[in-house]
Design a protein around this ligand. Structure first.
Ligand code: PLP
Length: 386
């Protein structure tokens, strides 16, 4: 199958060919171990540090404050476990109801060993109420873990304000920036967060590589013990993938987020075309503060899973929720938290990436119009029988 329109870039992205080319020598000739003392291995340390530099520049951080991990999930778990272990007498954590599974499952585990967790609610637009956050802070709160951007509806949360609140109350702040990194500008100095997680495969680097920003390594507790990454993360470095993540970051830096502006215009154009041609739609999320590529959109009376399957028959790929929980066939916890009327308005998530074109969007919208018409007629016939 050659022809396909891939509109699920929040799930994962295609590896950029420049990224792949940068990685290849490290999968072939340059296979040394960076910890070796001879030059064949040792020189790889320099390449790893170049990649670290690119990520640091994209975060306006210091390269020494970044460690490589195996994925965004590992970065999230590492940050949370480090924070709680540096505050052993504090047993309360605050997070939100719309976090990624890697956060939610860690919180469940922590509850099972005696921690109290407050899950902040969101309104119907997926927005947080900072007054609820203020009210939730207790004397023994050790950590706030709040995502920077949501994977399903794209909401961008006010992390700078949240970090200020955390520090005023002597609480550590972690943010899962997996869906924000590379899509919006991030400045860790300005945000003043203690931990920030990123992942390679959302920015056209491969799956299986992530990084964690750690503001103060003197208070950091490792999850995987060992000497690499300055004693902060054991395991022989995944050199080719680290190089890939560094290259993908460099491409974004060189482009100065212009591609993201183009993606945002394409997303807005797509939504306008859909609105012009299809009645009774609803777009989820905070339309004033969303990642530039994401659209969570529902068509009254149309079931998102049926819609997704019909689109698939045209080789158009969208998702009905986050890829991480779509296998479970449960309603998305994010949409449930938004109190979404899923019987009438169940959304598909369209997430654009750097390779999508206007022609693809036009083709998609054309097919979408006919598919929605078909599904609505079918729905109308079923209702008229009963
Ligand atoms: N956090 C968010 C918001 C995500 O969307 C994802 C991936 O979907 C992750 C964390 C996990 O990243 P990874 O797949 O690299 O573990």
């Amino acid at each position: 199958m050659n022809f396909k329109i891939y509109l699920d870039n929040n799930a994962t992205t295609k590896v950029d060919s420049e990224v792949l080319n940068a990685m290849l020598p490290y999968l072939k000739e340059e296979y040394g171990n960076p910890s070796s003392t001879y030059s064949f291995g040792r020189k790889l340390k320099e390449e790893i540090n170049k990649a670290r530099n690119n990520i640091a520049r994209l975060l306006n951080g210091n390269p020494k404050d970044i460690i490589f991990t195996s994925c965004g999930s590992e970065s999230n778990v590492t940050a949370i476990m480090s924070a709680i272990r540096s505050n052993p007498n504090k047993k309360h954590i605050i997070t939100t109801k719309v976090e990624h599974a890697s956060i939610m499952e860690t919180m469940k585990y922590l509850e099972s060993i005696g921690y109290a967790v407050t899950y902040l609610s969101v309104d119907k637009y997926g927005k947080l109420d900072l007054n609820e956050l203020k009210r939730s802070i207790k004397n023994d709160t050790c950590l706030l873990s709040i995502m920077m951007a949501n994977n399903e509806i794209g909401n961008i949360y006010p992390i700078k304000e949240i970090a200020l609140l955390a520090h005023e109350n002597n609480i550590l702040i972690h943010t899962d920036a997996v869906q924000a990194f590379g899509k919006i500008k991030i400045d860790v100095k300005d945000l003043d967060v203690d931990f920030l997680s990123i992942s390679g495969h959302k920015i056209n680097a491969p799956k299986g590589i992530g990084a964690l920003y750690i503001k103060d390594s003197s208070k950091f507790n490792s999850l995987i013990f060992g000497h690499q990454e300055n004693n902060r993360r054991g395991g022989t470095e995944n050199v080719p993938y680290i190089i890939g993540l560094g290259k993908a970051s460099e491409l974004i830096l060189n482009d100065n987020f212009n591609k993201e502006k183009e993606i945002e215009s394409l997303r807005n154009y797509m939504e306008e075309e859909i609105k012009k041609n299809i009645d009774d739609i609803y777009i989820y999320g905070d339309l004033e503060s969303r990642t530039p590529n994401t659209s969570s959109i529902a068509f009254k009376g149309v079931k998102a899973d049926e819609l997704m399957l019909l689109l698939e028959s045209f080789n158009i790929f969208v998702s009905t929720g986050s890829a991480c929980n779509s296998e479970l066939a449960l309603p998305s916890h994010v949409l449930v938290a938004c109190n979404a009327d899923l019987d009438n308005y169940s959304p598909i998530r369209i997430s654009l990436g750097r390779y999508n074109t206007k022609e693809e969007v036009d083709f998609f919208v054309k097919r979408l119009i006919s598919v929605i018409e078909r599904l609505r007629i079918k729905q109308w016939m079923i209702l008229s029988i009963y």
